[in-house]
Ligand binder design. Sequence first.
Ligand code: SF4
Length: 471
Amino acid sequence: MKQIPSVTILDDKVKEECGIFGIYDNDGFDVAHLTYYALYGLQHRGQQSAGIVVNDDGVFHTYKDLGLVPEIFSERILNSLPGTIAVGHVRASAKGGNSRANAQPLSYNYVKGTLALAYNGNVFNAEELREEFMKEGAIFHTQIDGEAIMYRIAKERIKTHSIEKAVLNTMDYTKGGYSLVMMSPRKLLGARDPHGLRPLSIGKIENSYVLSSETCVFDNIGAEFIRDVEPGEVVWIDKDGLHSIRHKDALEKAKICVFEYVYTARPDSVVQGASVYEVRKAMGHELAKEHPVEADLVFGVPDSGLCAAIGYAEESGLPYGKGFIKNKYIGRTFILPTQAQREAAVNIKLNVLKSSVEGKRVVMVDDSIVRGTTCANIIRAMKEAGAKEVHMRISSPPFLWPCYFGTDIPSRDCLMAVQYSVEEIRQKIGADSLGYLSIEGLKNATKALNCDYCQACFNGEYPMDVPPIKE
Ligand code: SF4
């Protein structure tokens, strides 16, 4: 019997490093369970490990492990985490390797008490910070940036009167793009780097405060959105409510990573005032204006191409449909930590919907092409299923520069668009035509944002001085 064409998804997506969450309870909520639900909602940002630390009147209880949120936390474990403040974390293994030791949140004792930290992003001078501390005799337990940040904060706390001032001062030493949530015995804190590259939002449930990488989890736990943490802002919540201080070098408006809209964030999140779903759809509209084609059907590559495909169909007037059936019970496969695991994951597949595409000229929309591996597989499977023509449309500009702010593109040589022209890429992936969204189209699609955005991976214009670029 002839098999239905299927596609194994390999490592051809940008890796985002983490999702973070924190809660300060004033209402008698079960903070461990609420953090669990929030991490469940942030699972798309990292599937390597997850953890929760709960503060029970100054005593910190930690549980973290490798795996998915529901695999790690049972009812019994959650019930063993009593307390009134909590921080949680989900991680993708972009840096530091896949080990239990690198799971977050980190929780350490120091001279002023206990601190727990959950961190998202990349501090590109973290190695230097780490070496400095090691020369002074510090012992590190992990390979992650967060540990060097934790040391710096602890050191600053000894020199200052408060933990929030220590976090603020630490920004003087850290270069990169990050957001973090922290917990001291009496406070929950949140911060974004002075450029605001990584997202962090504040919400409220009754009288209790929450902090989250994405607003979609507010819906999950019944919280209302209050506002985004500003660039270079440290917010903290204690028994007197919400407070804030701002770093002297903070940008007025955030320069959020535009990849949050292209790929990373969930479509039901609102990032910097703009619905991810609407922005993604607008990218599809722009794409259709820039790269029209005669075709019979438009569909997206699940999941991140779906919203842009809807926009493409709306703008072009072409019928929108399904080109694939995705196994719902797998996550974003790129987050599997090794290439061998990814390739061995036989259940990780998209099945081409043959009855939908057979004999048709199809427009297939995806969010990006990084290394080109998946795209060629998908197009081959489409043609095997009988598609007459496959027109590939990409809802972001060509990826040309590495990222230093938390997305795992370490050098230019792994980027297909650096090595080949658009026409050469079209030939390599086997498409009948190929069109990328332009920088101008991206600008039109992101008008609803209440801030600026970083697009350095498309145009090489980094928002700060970065290390020499590896070719
Ligand atoms: S370089 Fe690209 S991926 Fe990195 S922060 Fe900027 S927009 Fe995001």
